[in-house]
Design a protein. Structure first.
Length: 132
């Protein structure tokens, strides 16, 4: 329990820092970013490391401050909720079941841009999986 409490304390420090940021990066649809997702509960995906980060695809930009994103994993999972993709020579999975709205202040570093074919495939898989 102490380890969990210390992790929460670490996340709260990061969350306070992110909340107080005066500016945020400019982001676009189809880009990959390191994103401070934080600590979550149960089956919700979480970030790792000191900044509680995970790669995220910007699926839909709502405005300069928010976007709908899909977290990634390098664990090669299979099923309708995991869409294979590659970036920078690394095979990953877009976890479409964990898609959600993010504030742009959570973005900590741009990784690059997803190729158009993968981006389109992920968008279609997301819509198809959530339609059923």
């Amino acid at each position: 329990m102490l380890k969990y409490f210390l992790s929460l304390l670490g996340w709260w420090k990061v969350a306070i820092f992110l909340r107080e940021k005066r500016s945020q990066p400019t982001f676009k649809e189809g880009e990959l970013w390191w994103c401070s997702i934080g600590m979550n509960i149960g089956v919700e995906i979480y970030g790792k490391g000191d900044r509680f980060t995970r790669p995220v695809i910007v699926l839909r930009k709502f405005n300069a401050n928010s976007f709908f994103g899909i977290p990634l994993t390098t664990k090669l999972k299979y099923g309708k909720w995991y869409v294979p993709m590659e970036h920078g020579g690394t095979e990953s999975r877009a976890i479409i079941s964990q898609a959600r709205i993010f504030d742009g202040k959570r973005l900590v570093g741009k990784m690059g841009v997803l190729n158009k074919a993968d981006f389109q495939r992920i968008k279609i898989a997301f819509l198809k999986a959530h339609a059923s």
